[in-house]
Design a protein around this ligand. Structure first.
Ligand SMILES: Nc1ncnc2c1ncn2[C@@H]1O[C@H](COP(=O)(O)OP(=O)(O)OP(=O)(O)O)[C@@H](O)[C@H]1O
Length: 732
């Protein structure tokens, strides 16, 4: 039976009114939720005011917990509630950014936190596997207003797709880009949820093609772990990204989820006091990234062994000395502990002062006859006090009237040791015998000396050694930082934490402390890291609790890896779990289907990820003359800016092309960025214009770079070339 226009119109009206009723119903719920949130916020604020009177660790932990709760309630102002599930028995649960308990403890929660186990079904139920749900609803809101609802019913077996909340998802994906990544908590997909909720111990590596949500998933996982394992908040979660631009792009995601206990950094910013000023060229970066540096640098540090020599020091009129045998014995004792260079040197210094003190006392004729018995006892107590304070000499020993011999008391001996500890002659003797190792000096000396490189780095060929040799050793490159960190670890250099006050954030404290260890580390674009950078990261989390996301088909950096086994095995052995993301959310089908040949040319045997949406906009290519390239680029960008007003546009090309296009006119109604493929890593734009693809391909790992460039846009891809080819970009 066909519907007459009148009955169709009636049906629409009925549907409209049913929809209207549902929107009103959700609006009432949202109003109640906001009212409850206000009450809870007031409670937390007053608890915070009352706290802080005592400064016990328990009180500090409680305050940290309250501050976190206040932040998450505060930040939930937008998108407080975004979903609802209805179970077969009719029970309905609203899902949101934070959990809101009911008014009394026994009541059901008014709003379930998206990270709670019970919320999982919201992200994973499908018509084929409804998991006891009758329906799922996505609730679209703006501020405190409900705009609409999208329902999926699971008791009618008429939907078979693998997308969750397809309408809400597609709407989110089609939205204009703002230049900042947002959270996707309302529309997470089932395969993403699986990664986010994986157990936190050990290393989880997630491979996924461009736009499959790796960054989004990694950040939501950080929020999930902090919620599920609150103890992680104390040490924080480190998020490592490929560039400062990328970190700015993602910086709002975790705060919008209410998380503050997260430190975001590039890997080269993780060594306090060292600022990487430049990048090595590809050949040098590749050499410096090799794992063999761990062996080379250990060799260098170990070769700085103390020089066996006698020690002579004045104390007043006295000349006291240690012979080689005594020095050798003290050295052996200091090193036996198996501690770092720095700690062993500190232990040796104490031992040396101890022996010299003994000599001074022995020189005192008055003490000679009676000193031994009491002296040992006092020394052992002084030693114990020193061992507790490591390098620090106690300013005073509690003598309790202990007379060593009726002339020298414990206090006398303590004062004597203080004298010797501050003696310039003792310091000079120590420096000569066992020089302090300053990581920057050690590496600078090595890299500037062909002779030292030949001696300590025989694993490198002469050509490689001359490639890395450098005269100006006061500036450090990104790859140098990982080498410096390795030296600092071998030497055991203490961290300069003193500059950070109590009131500073977790991020301030962690970033000022080389030895800070995190509860969990998330690494994005992880395929780009060199072996030495991996070592550096593992030192930041010795429990090896890592989430590693990336795409080995996008690897561009010289020290990076084309396989996860190669990248991870040196640091994690075989002890890592794998996850995979297979659906591309960013780039439309029209573009993704053109990336296959480029990926194949890059040497990959896998297919690009399947695009979730199609927008009907075909990628285009124009041939222009080299002379008019700049003008044509400007013209093409203007056209794109007209189509994506207020949006984000990227012009991507090789270094040489980018330099030609600098000082791009800004009088277009869109943000325009001119980037190399490496700079565009992890970012996305409404439209992308690739200029001179042949120059991109000509670079090292150029096909991978082209693949990265092609997959940055959410709507439109254009290509401008002054030369024909390559065939992989012949679309017609
Ligand atoms: N479940 C989702 N709901 C809505 N948007 C999503 C979802 N998953 C991913 N996105 C969006 O898709 C885009 C791509 O995500 P993301 O940047 O995390 O991908 P990626 O795998 O890290 O990409 P690349 O490797 O190219 O850097 C982003 O705009 C992200 O917000």
């Amino acid at each position: 039976m066909s519907n007459s226009p009148r009955t169709t119109a009636n049906a629409f009206r009925q549907e409209d009114s049913a929809l209207h009723q549902e929107v009103t119903r959700e609006q009432n719920t949202l109003d109640r939720l906001f009212a409850r949130r206000e009450i809870l916020l007031d409670e937390v604020r007053s608890q915070l005011q009352q706290a802080g009177i005592d400064d016990s660790p328990e009180a500090a932990a409680r305050i940290t917990g309250l501050v976190r709760r206040r932040t998450e309630l505060d930040r939930a102002d937008s998108g407080l509630c975004f979903g609802r599930i209805e179970e077969l028995n009719g029970v309905r649960l609203h899902i949101g950014r934070v959990g809101l308990p009911g008014e009394d403890d026994s009541a059901d929660p008014l709003l379930v936190d998206w990270r709670a186990p019970i919320a999982r079904k919201f992200y994973t139920a499908t018509a084929a596997r409804p998991q006891g749900l009758r329906s799922r609803r996505h609730i679209r809101t703006e501020g405190r207003a409900v705009l609409g609802v999208d329902d999926e019913a699971f008791d009618r077996h008429d939907r078979g797709g693998d997308l969750v909340g397809e309408a809400a998802l597609l709407e989110a994906l089609d939205a204009r880009r703002t230049g900042a990544m947002g959270d996707v908590v309302a529309t997470l997909q089932s395969e993403q949820d699986e990664v986010i909720r994986a157990p936190h111990g050990g290393c989880l590596v997630v491979q996924g093609g461009p736009g499959t949500g790796k960054t989004a998933v990694a950040l939501h996982r950080a929020a999930y772990l902090l919620f599920t394992y609150p103890q992680l908040a104390e040490r924080g979660v480190l998020v490592v990204g490929p560039s400062p631009t990328f970190l700015r792009y993602i910086e709002q995601v975790l705060p919008s989820l209410g998380e503050t206990q997260v430190v975001a950094s590039t890997v080269d910013r993780l060594l306090p006091g060292v600022d990487a000023k430049w990048s090595d060229d590809a050949q040098v970066a590749k050499i410096k990234g090799r794992a063999v540096w761990a062996v080379i640098l250990r060799r260098v540090v170990e070769a700085r062994s103390p020089v066996l020599t006698t020690v002579e020091v004045h104390h007043g009129e006295d000349l006291v000395s240690l012979d080689q045998e005594q020095v050798a014995e003290a050295l052996a004792a200091a090193r036996a502990a198996g501690t770092s260079h720095y700690d062993a040197r500190a232990a040796f210094r104490l031992r040396m002062i101890d022996l010299l003190t003994r000599q001074v006392v022995e020189h005192s004729k008055q003490m000679l006859s009676t000193v031994e018995a009491g002296f040992e006892d006092v020394l052992s107590r002084v030693d114990a006090a020193m061992a507790r304070g490591n390098d620090a000499l106690p300013s005073r020993v509690d003598s309790d009237g202990v007379d060593v011999d009726g002339v020298a008391t414990a206090a006398d001996i303590s004062a004597l040791r203080q004298d010797l500890a501050h003696s310039g002659e003792v310091s000079a003797a120590l420096d000569q015998l066992w020089p302090v190792l300053e990581p920057t000096r050690v590496l600078a000396e090595l890299l500037s000396s062909p002779a030292l490189l030949a001696e300590y780095a025989p694993e490198l060929t002469p050509d490689q050694r001359s490639a890395i040799q450098k005269e100006n050793t006061s500036d450090w490159s990104e790859q140098d930082v990982a080498l410096l960190d390795e030296v600092a670890d071998l030497v055991g250099t203490p961290s300069a934490v003193d500059t950070v006050g109590d009131s500073e954030t977790l991020s301030d404290r962690a970033m000022a402390d080389r030895t800070w260890t995190y509860g969990h580390v998330v690494v994005d674009e992880a395929q780009e890291l060199s072996a030495m950078q991996w070592r550096m990261l593992v030192r930041r989390c010795p429990t090896r609790s890592f989430t590693v996301v990336g795409d080995v088909n996008q690897t561009e950096s010289p020290g990076g890896s084309a396989s996860w086994d190669t990248a991870l095995e040196p640091s994690f052995g075989r002890r890592f779990r794998r996850g995979e993301l297979t659906i591309c959310y960013r780039t439309p089908h029209e573009i993704m289907e053109r990336t296959g040949p480029v990926l194949a040319a890059a040497g990959s045997t896998v297919a690009p990820p399947r695009a979730v949406r199609s927008n009907g906009v075909q990628p285009w290519r124009r041939f222009v003359s080299e002379v008019s390239l700049r003008a044509d680029t400007i013209g093409a960008v203007r056209e794109m800016a007209d189509r994506y007003r207020g949006g984000q546009i990227a012009v991507i090309g090789a270094d040489s092309t980018c330099s030609q296009l600098r000082d791009f006119p800004e009088d277009v109604d869109a943000e325009v960025a001119i980037l190399t493929p490496a700079e565009s890593k992890g970012l996305e734009f409404d439209a992308v214009l690739i200029v001179e693809p042949h120059a991109v391909i000509a670079q090292r790992r150029g096909w991978n770079a082209l693949y990265v460039a092609m997959t940055r846009c959410t709507q439109e891809l254009g290509v401008l070339s002054s030369r024909p080819g390559p065939d992989e970009l012949s679309w017609s």
